[in-house]
Design a protein around this ligand. Structure first.
Ligand code: GAL
Length: 693
């Protein structure tokens, strides 16, 4: 595998991109290998009756398909696929490389991953093999070739999921293969110039300098003490490259065998660069969505919306490849069980926020293994109950509504910066105990969401047109190439909010040489004169206030700013040594403005600033007639807007002043007012006047 290659899927990635999906897929993940023939007997018929048109199969069944090395036996899945096909259900096949069989790990113990502890992992769970291992690579290519050759002419196999959730729930691998891959990665990156590496990594610190690439090691977190953040970010980049290369080998085989197949992968996890080569190899990205991990029902909808919006920021519209079909229970936890109506409500939220197809996890709750309490549509006893009835309702509705959804894009006017793998990994190398930027991004997203503002997430290098407000929470690692598009966004009338610490670290993950905020300094028209972490807000409280208003307490971090002449002071520190200095500034640029916030965003600080920002950006709730607790999302194409209205309160609501059109679920006209029961959803289709996109 060469170090450089052309991606084989989509390179034009944008949050506005509809997924390249021709038919709305609806279904469930299916593990027929967990059940005897008698239990499975009615599966296909029950699925078809529920409107299922696709299942995902085989991602953990490597042992069944290849019981002995090189002896392939696909007869079990052939029969299942055929049975499903007879009732009109297509199959998404998976390469089973998240769980290579025991004969493989026994023969190739070196292919097992080595976490930081140095104790090699064992067979018996999943994600146990290292993607950099040459043996694992050859196993992966062989099984991919065998499966794709076998299913090449089967019209019921319509596409592929590569592996399963790469890097989910596993530590970064530290095996010898990863070390060689890392050495090769930096050799290529620094073009064989070891002095360039020494400069980039700042190896003068603690006598780290290298004379040979072969001496490079994978950094350890605590052996004996803190690692070098520049070295660690390059190691994370090398892991991302390993994941992309591993997947690329499978993608090449799949596409060469049958160009008509789509290829996807279900994310999203750390150290995978979905906006980079990894995502560009796919036709569309898939997301595994588990909103019940949020245990506070009041925050669940908001959290799910944020997660789906973040996924859309990576490559555009996506497929939900897994979403709750019941409670989620494993080793140390169990989530709430979705109440009646909640599965469907959560399904529509995913679709509203960019899902172009939808699959539940899983068909029937397994009776053995580590996910015995991970609820399926059917219970252990195979009796269809409420969750099956809900599936039937979803299926019947999507049969009509699915075609309307394809080709539409989610409309947003405000966005939170998201989607840069380097920025996220850079934070992880040196957190100083501060929340990661993506966690903080949830705050403004959630507050805007609660106000009914059309909010999403967008990468700074993506298309910012159409946005009125763009928030960069606290992106310490910042690429100077993003500044010019941000400048254009503001000149054209956008309101940009830059949070403390942004622009303070360079592409090598070292602190910038310039006065901070570094490359963002001119745009923000301030300098940061001093800063500090707030470790004890009781002993040393800090507060700022917008002129005449009540002061609000800050949290996590503060900065002392010096504003350039002409920069407006929006809020001033009120306490301690910062008293009288600017806390929030505004720099008018072209038709827009840049706000700099000298502390971390939290609910209090954001709530204080939000009215000012909304007014400046002229941002209003999308549908002012929507009561609190009713979510509004608009998906549009040239001909129509689909207004998703999702009631996530515990009681009935009335919504007024709605656009007129057809309500797609009840198939009744909407003349401005709708009533929704708890958990219920409406989708109003508003036709655009001819000639108006
Ligand atoms: C996903 C995974 C599934 C299943 C599910 C529930 O992360 O892809 O295989 O484990 O979670 O835990």
């Amino acid at each position: 595998m060469s170090q450089s290659y052309e991606p084989l899927g989509n390179t034009e990635l944008s949050h506005t991109r509809p997924a390249s999906i021709q038919r709305f897929m609806f279904g469930t993940t299916y593990y027929p290998e967990h059940w005897d023939a008698e239990t499975r007997q009615e599966d296909a018929a029950r699925m078809a009756a529920a409107g299922v048109n696709v299942v995902r199969l085989a991602e953990f069944a490597g042992d069944l398909m290849e019981p002995q090395p090189g002896q392939y036996d696909f007869s079990f899945f052939d029969a299942v696929i055929e049975e499903l096909a007879l009732v009109g259900i297509d199959t998404i096949m998976c390469t089973p490389t998240a769980t290579p069989p025991r004969w493989f790990t026994h023969a190739h113990p070196d292919a097992l991953r080595v976490p930081e502890s140095g104790r090699r992992e064992q067979h018996g769970s999943r994600q146990h093999c290292c993607l950099a291992s040459p043996d694992m690579r050859s196993y992966s290519r062989d099984i991919t070739r065998a499966m794709t050759a076998h299913y090449r002419d089967n019209p019921c196999v319509i596409g592929w999921q590569t592996d399963n959730e790469i890097y989910c729930g596993v530590d970064a691998c530290h095996c010898a293969n990863c070390e060689s891959a890392f050495r090769q990665f930096v050799r290529d990156k620094f073009d064989g110039d070891i002095d360039a590496l020494n400069r980039a990594w700042g190896t003068a610190f603690w006598s780290q300098s290298y004379v040979d690439f072969d001496h490079i090691q994978i950094p350890l977190r605590s052996a004996p003490q803190y690692p070098n953040p520049a070295q660690e970010l390059d190691y994370f980049r090398s892991l991302a490259q390993t994941a992309a290369h591993f997947q690329h080998e499978q993608v090449e085989i799949i596409r060469d065998t049958q160009p008509g197949w789509f290829v996807t992968h279900n994310g999203t996890f750390e150290h995978v660069d979905y906006r980079g080569l990894f995502g560009q190899d796919l036709d569309f990205l898939s997301y595994d969505c588990y909103p019940m991990f949020e245990h506070d029902p009041a925050r669940r909808g908001m959290g799910q919306a944020y997660n789906c919006d973040r996924t859309r920021a990576l490559t555009g519209n996506f497929m939900i490849m897994e979403q709750h079909a019941g409670m989620g229970g494993a080793l140390h936890f169990a989530t709430d069980t979705p109440e009646p109506g909640e599965l469907r409500q959560m399904m529509y939220r995913s679709i509203a926020h960019g899902a172009d197809s939808f699959v539940h996890f899983r068909w029937r709750t397994c009776r053995f293994g580590s996910e015995e309490y991970w609820g399926g549509i059917l219970d252990h006893d195979n009796v269809p109950r409420q969750r099956y009835r809900e599936l039937c309702q979803e299926g019947a509705e999507l049969k009509r509504i699915g075609p309307e959804i394809l080709g539409t894009s989610v409309q947003i006017e405000a966005a939170i910066a998201y989607g840069d793998n380097d920025a996220t990994d850079a934070h992880a190398t040196l957190t100083m105990g501060i929340l990661r930027e993506n966690k903080i991004g949830e705050v403004p997203h959630g507050e805007l969401f609660k106000q009914g503002i059309a909010v999403g997430c967008v990468h700074p290098a993506d298309d910012l047109s159409g946005l009125k407000l763009y928030v960069i929470p606290h992106w310490a690692y910042f690429n100077p190439a993003w500044v010019a598009p941000l400048q254009r966004f503001v000149e054209d009338g956008g309101v940009l909010v830059v949070g403390a610490r942004s622009g303070t670290r360079d592409l090598n993950n070292n602190v910038v040489a310039e006065t901070i905020p570094g490359c963002l300094r001119d745009l923000c028209a301030i300098t940061v004169e001093s800063y500090g972490k707030q470790n004890n807000t009781t002993a040393r409280p800090l507060a700022f206030a917008i002129d005449g208003a009540e002061p609000v307490l800050s949290e996590h971090w503060y900065e002392e700013l010096k504003a350039d002449a002409g920069t407006e002071i929006v809020a001033t520190w009120q306490t301690r040594h910062l008293k009288g200095t600017p806390a929030v500034t505004r720099n008018a640029v072209g038709k827009g403005a840049v706000y700099y916030v000298a502390t971390y965003l939290n609910e209090t600080t954001w709530q204080c600033l939000q009215p000012v920002l909304l007014e400046d950006a002229q941002l209003k709730p999308q549908l002012p007639g929507c009561p609190a607790g009713v979510e509004v999302v608009q998906r549009s194409d040239a001909d129509k807007s689909l207004w998703f209205l999702i009631n996530h309160t515990d009681g009935p609501v009335t919504i007024d002043d709605l656009p007129h059109g057809d309500e797609l679920i009840t198939e009744a006209p909407c003349t401005g007012t709708l009533h929704l029961e708890a958990n219920d959803v409406a989708i109003v289709r508003q036709a655009h006047p001819v000639g108006q996109g």
